[in-house]
Design a protein around this ligand. Structure first.
Ligand code: FBP
Length: 262
């Protein structure tokens, strides 16, 4: 097993994962204001920015578009996913094997676990298979650790996010991607609960440049190791400008103000 810091998806101990699995998870609605982004090539182009350490996509997008970008973009293959058409208790179908992810050129694997869902047991068993197989290929595992389900009404409260990071550590993730728990202190506690496993923040719906960068600044101050973001980057008219600023806040630990002034 190679140390996570030696993985191509990590730069100076940190990661900026550009996610574009929204067409499956949310549906075409996320592209209504940016219809040109329905073409995955446009987002792969964005992922060639130096700040981006990996692009997270589902199998079909990897098959169709990654071959043109394999020299410039690191691939994080998301192994499971659910559409917004599914109305049941949170669950996520495993739609790609680790063997096939490796064949497609993946540099890392992604897997959602909905702790607290009525389907938690099966999801954790599926995660086990993927995590252990990933070890055989030296592919680090990023867990989308999203506690939610009937019994969990607020999936971003501090105790839930701390549980999410701890759960990911205990199950063998290399990086846990979690929602922002609402404050720097709460994020710092979630990072502490993760031991030496890396924690990155999940982007969320689009906000202003300043609001988003300030939250990222707080998260980095709290000890998190970066970001896994989708809409806040590719729904913008000028994703490169925001990525330039994110590069400063994440890797150079500049403030949001300083990063925006440049
Ligand atoms: P965003 O930054 O756009 O929130 O994307 C991150 C992400 O985890 C995507 O990978 C995924 O499609 C989406 O959020 C799922 O979020 P949710 O299940 O909360 O709608």
């Amino acid at each position: 097993m190679i140390p996570i810091d030696d993985s191509p998806i990590v730069r100076d101990g940190k990661s900026l994962i550009l996610a574009m699995d929204h067409g499956l998870e949310h549906g075409p609605v996320d592209f209504e204001d940016v219809p040109e982004k329905l073409d995955p090539s446009t987002v792969f182009e964005t992922a060639t920015h130096d700040a981006v350490t990996a692009m997270a996509v589902q199998k079909g997008i990897a098959e169709g578009y990654y071959p043109s970008y394999e020299d410039d973009v690191n691939l994080l293959l998301k192994l499971n996913g659910t559409s917004n058409l599914w109305m049941g208790e949170p669950d996520s179908a495993v739609n790609c094997s680790v063997d096939y992810a490796a064949e497609l050129g993946a540099d890392a694997l992604g897997f959602t676990v909905y702790g607290g869902s009525n389907h938690e047991i099966e999801m954790v068993e599926e995660f086990r298979d993927a995590q252990e197989k990933g070890r055989e290929y030296d592919l680090p595992m990023v867990m989308w650790s999203y506690p939610r389900g009937q019994g969990l009404k607020n999936d971003t409260k501090p105790s839930t996010i701390s549980y999410a990071t701890r759960l990911a550590l205990e199950l063998g993730a290399d990086i846990a991607k979690v929602k922002y728990p609402g404050s720097k202190d709460a994020m710092a506690h979630a990072v502490k609960c993760a031991g030496d496993m890396k924690v990155v923040m999940s982007g969320g719906s689009k906000t202003s440049d300043y609001e988003f960068l300030s939250t990222v600044e707080a998260v980095i101050d709290a000890g998190a190791k970066g970001l896994a973001v989708g809409r806040n980057v590719w729904q913008r008219e000028d994703p490169t400008r925001l990525l330039d600023a994110l590069e400063k806040v994440i890797y150079e630990e500049e403030t949001a103000d300083a990063a925006l002034e440049a």
